[in-house]
Write a protein that binds this ligand. Structure first.
Ligand code: NAP
Length: 201
């Protein structure tokens, strides 16, 4: 049975991804800041410790990452740094450190989102960070051809999160977390690498 680490496993997307992978026959290791084996992706030592505890694994899925949502003229250096140190470098470091432990033919799947393709007000940091992650995934897939596959999933707004986000996404189609989870399963179970799986747009 393949061992899949899921970071952000208690979240809106992560929870659906855990259910999808478990029902598809994977052994899922559920991780967040509050799980028994925990990680804070903004802290590289915390990432290193997590991998030391888990050891070898087949696939890693990241369904976490924070950015600041603010009008661009109010975005401070610290606001931009949140997205860079958390959603961007947090996910990049999961890959960089995970390369020491991933098994042959393993995969990494990171999470971006629609906002670098269809920007919204307050979303400059999200757009910037998503595009950076997608650039990293493309370049890393080429260098890692013999080592591991790497993809990103880019969902539109999730229906279950509309209570928080509906006012930001007027006119956008939403998709269920379960539909988004299918793209993560496709990334893990399939053969593609360097791909951004768009879901719902
Ligand atoms: N929701 C949407 O509509 C949507 C659409 C497109 C893209 N996305 C992207 O998808 C990702 C997940 O979104 P979501 O709405 O599912 O998030 P969420 O419901 O807020 O869940 C976040 C998950 O990550 C964990 N987490 C938070 N900070 C962490 C950290 N520093 N280190 C490790 N784990 C951490 C949380 O658990 P703990 O608090 O226990 O750590 C939780 O399991 C984000 O990158 C978001 O930008 C979301």
């Amino acid at each position: 049975m393949k061992k899949v680490i899921i970071i952000g496993a208690t979240g809106t997307i992560g929870n659906a991804v855990c259910k999808k992978l478990t029902s598809s026959g994977y052994q899922v290791i559920t991780i967040s800041r509050s799980s028994q084996i925990s990680v804070d992706i903004s802290d590289i030592e915390s990432i290193r410790n997590m991998y030391k505890v888990i050891g070898a694994f087949d696939d890693l899925i990241s369904t976490t990452g924070k950015v600041a949502f603010k009008p661009i003229q109010e975005m401070s250096y610290a606001d931009f740094m949140l997205g860079l140190t958390n959603k961007l470098m947090g996910q990049v470091n999961l890959v960089q450190e995970g390369l020491k432990y991933i098994k042959k033919e393993g995969s990494f799947t990171l999470t971006t989102g629609i906002l670098n393709h269809e920007p919204i007000a307050l979303g400059s940091s999200a757009a910037m960070v998503n595009a950076a992650i997608e650039g990293y995934v493309k370049a890393a897939s080429l260098e890692l051809r013999e080592k591991a596959r790497i993809n990103a999933v880019s969902p539109t707004v999730i229906t279950e999160a509309l209570d928080k986000y509906a006012s930001f996404f007027a006119g956008f189609k939403s998709i269920s977390a379960d539909e988004a989870a299918l793209a993560y399963l496709k990334s893990v179970a399939g053969i593609e690498t360097g791909k951004v799986f768009h879901v719902g747009f």
